[in-house]
Design a protein around this ligand. Sequence first.
Ligand SMILES: [Fe+2]
Length: 222
Amino acid sequence: MKNEECICTLLSCKKVNEKDQDNHFKLQPLPYAENALEPYMSEKTVQFHYGRHLPAYIENTNKLKAGTEYDHLSLVEIIRNSSGTLFNNAAQVFNHYFQFEALAPHQEEKSQPGQHTLKMIEENFGNLDEFKDKLTKSSMQFFGSGYTWLSVNPEGKMELTTAANAGTPITEGKLPVMNLDLWEHAYYLDVQNQRAKYIENFMKIINWEVIEERVKYILKEK
Ligand SMILES: [Fe+2]
């Protein structure tokens, strides 16, 4: 795997792109215990979301790419070049690794963004509270299954967008910073249909250190 094949805002890019002898992507271990996000995200949700949904997307991607021109590509290359069911599954693999990598057990002293992240948030959203408000509002207003994305566009501006289904800012030439899974499978076991409560809980377990590393990578790229 060459570096330029990675969107290195996924810090575990190299790892998740490793393939076995059958040229299959494999499920990589969660970077923390399944119960580590409690009480904000239950062990059961992590077990189903990371342990059942993600492997199904990986398995589908492996089946759909086998014997095609996409077979030896990285996830991001598949996302950029494919469409239909293969795109949907490959993007879902990336999207889930991307979200779970950026979660961590809640710790009060680590619940704030790093300096580079905060500077970009302040430049583009005013302040952290306004950013959180906008993230909450756009996630609440979004109808159906999809994601809220924080990304940096080609002009270097940080922006919040929503995307349906497996949609990702990667296909628009943007570098993703953070995502919030808005599929009901992400929260139904814990809070049923209360998306607002899920978003509130999500804010408590954002791994701002990972977000800061992603932002620093993007700033170096500029
Ligand atoms: Fe999901």
